[in-house]
Design a protein around this ligand. Sequence first.
Ligand code: MRU
Length: 506
Amino acid sequence: MSAGPTLAWDDGAIVTVDQTALPHRHNVLRITTVDELVDAIARLAIRGAPALGIAGALGVALSAYRHGADEPVRRDAARLAAARPTAVNLAWGVDRALSRLAEGADAVLAEATALAAEDERVNRAASSRAADLLRGLCRRPRLRILTHCHTGRLATGGVGTALGAVHHLAGQGQVEMVFATETRPLLQGARLTVWELRDAAIPHRLLVDSAAASALAAGLVDCVVVGADRIAANGDVANKIGTYPLAVAAARHRVPFVVVAPESTIDGATPDGAAISIEQRPSDEVTSVAGVDTTCAGTQAFNPAFDVTPGDLVTAIVTEDRVWYPADPGTGDLADRIDRLATMVEDFPRPGVRFRDLAGVYAQPATFGAAAHALAAAYRDAFSHVVAVEARGFTLGTAVALAAGKPLVLVRKAGKLPGPLRSVKYDLEYGEDVLEMQESAVPPDGRVLIVDDVLATGGTLAAVAKLVTEGGAGVAGFGVLLELAGLGGVRRLHPHRLVALRTDRS
Ligand code: MRU
């Protein structure tokens, strides 16, 4: 496989490899006009959302050198952006290059080459973050990963998105098997993903798209990892046709379904999947294979290039900047993950006490983030404020408030907050203590979610509920990472709801 960039600028031409001819023929394309570029994009010789972004930007440079004048370049830019309407990166790349048009063709080219260099960095960051997440989500030392379409080197300006994560894991000896779907009708998986995996000596098996659900049902797959062409503001994901059924099957079999994409694939202007325009492709892509007809002459096909996976089927979307959990992550294996990461320390802080140390949860951003989102989602819009309890409740409480976009209120030990204050006394094992809250922190019509790390005897949380209700506000419920059920704390929280992300029953 060529180690050079996917798309290069060479003396007034865009140089790339024709992705439709691989793996058997390595045809180098030298594109010198916008017409040629539009054709290469439309017939998928250049494809993959991030690669399309780079191509679009370089295409504006081609036009700028040819025409110089503003109007014809803008017309070319509009044709380029429309060549594949679903992949938002194409229009994004075109717009970025166009934004420098007033400075001349050299500036447009500089923007396009900067975008290409940036994509290399973005790819590396997103794919290595995704590899970390997958290690945390899957409970095996070597993963069995199912991927769809092709999201590797030629689809991007770097190591790849979903396939980039596979490369990272493989580099650490953490891939047992990659299941690569064939990807009908144009076989990007069979031709490109398999070729790339073979080149990198990563163990793999090819399967027809319709075999994927069986592989999931048979327990052969630890996670599904795919790329994206456009992600709506609510987390709905447009990707290669066949992605949605994979997500449905993954959800049915409780297998994590992870999307890896650059931030530039997230289209905040598109509210949800229903608003994404899906590219329809010609019938002959379906009615023939490699030029040989496979059905009756004249048969019309339904041939959408992409489908939309609703965000509630997506475990996580990983970008260069963040892990986003569009679905409620409080289901499935979160309790197991917390359990695995929370270590047991004997005789701490005193002989005879078994202490659950949650530092391991805080050290894993994916699990910690999922925990915060799970608590926020469990109470949805039922609360107006998050109240976090000193001191360990501050950590989780802050994360929950951020995840929910709600104000954070701190309840502190006596003497730490400026007044006016409300305070409550509560019993400890030996003696008593005092908690305080600022009077104005929660209005009387507010409803709070009270957050702490652990529910033990329930004394502290019950006291905080009293502090809140005495000021006139309501309690939506309690949220903790861990409940020590043997200590019976939940009884003291009655009648309020408790959501414990993990319950220890011993
Ligand atoms: O029609 P294609 O081959 O361009 O579809 C490509 C995909 O759906 C990819 O998953 C997506 O573009 C991400 S590539 C990193």
